[in-house]
Write a protein that binds this ligand. Structure first.
Ligand SMILES: C[S@@+](CC[C@H](N)C(=O)[O-])C[C@H]1O[C@@H](n2cnc3c(N)ncnc32)[C@H](O)[C@@H]1O
Length: 224
């Protein structure tokens, strides 16, 4: 499998991010990698989905799909949050450009050995990383994914719509929506008008929420 070696760059909250060698974009907001991931994906995604699961009285694991595994930061924060919440998670992630593990290690996000286990995990198969967390990484283009099951929560963390417009279409959101349960949540850092329109056209109810670290808005969409 070809691995990429993105460069490491600082962000304003002191946590580093990566810059993609081919597409040129950063993997996180320059305002803060950790701050953005914690706010958008954990705060408004994972915690909200856990709360719904609790209200529903469900004992099933929460099934999460991440568009763009990248540095593994969202997956690791979710693993930690799953332990805190006592919520079992089945985590699926698509990634077209897997990052070399030594680059992920050099980010220095944590000493927790499970962070590197996420990177060492085999692809295309379910791997247990902790008692409450399994991971299935798929090396595939999102636009060609065949979704494996029904998801409760989607972390939509593709590069920006200006960089990869093909990943922000109603057609793709429609396919993702059909792999989600009604009432399932999709969270993304982008609040662009065209993204809202595409999500609505794909059958989501779209809510604007305060964005991370002073950014005006982010989106949380509910699959109708
Ligand atoms: C904004 S970054 C987010 C990465 C990750 N969530 C993180 O926290 O580091 C977008 C990710 O999408 C991946 N990507 C780009 N094009 C893709 C495609 N067509 N299919 C799947 N993944 C893609 C990139 O390699 C990158 O890892």
């Amino acid at each position: 499998m070809p691995l990429i070696r993105p460069t490491i760059e600082p962000t304003a909250d002191g946590s580093p991010t990566l810059r993609h060698p081919l597409l040129g974009d950063c993997y996180h907001s320059v305002r803060g990698a950790l701050g953005e991931a914690g706010h958008v994906f954990i705060g408004h995604g994972f915690r909200a989905a856990c709360e719904k699961r609790r209200e529903d009285g469900s004992s099933r694991p929460l099934r999460i799909f991440e568009a763009g595994f990248g540095s593994g930061l969202n997956a690791w924060l979710t693993l930690v949050a799953a332990d805190e919440a006592g919520c079992p998670v089945e985590y699926h992630a698509a990634e077209l450009y897997p990052v070399a593990p030594e680059v992920a290690a050099a980010l220095g996000y944590t000493d927790d050995p499970r962070f590197m286990q996420l990177h060492a995990a085999r692809w295309e198969t379910h791997e247990r990383i902790s008692p409450l967390f399994t991971l299935k990484k798929q090396e595939k283009a999102l636009e060609r994914m065949e979704f494996d099951g029904i998801f409760d929560l989607v972390y939509y963390d593709a590069f920006a719509p200006d960089t990869q417009p093909e990943l922000w279409t109603a057609e793709l959101f429609g396919r993702i929506g059909r792999a989600m349960r009604p009432g399932g949540l999709l969270v993304t850092y982008s609040a662009k008008g065209t993204v809202k329109q595409a999500l609505r056209a794909a059958g989501f109810e779209v809510h604007r929420l305060p964005g991370a670290l002073g950014k005006r808005h982010m989106l949380r969409a509910v699959r109708l």
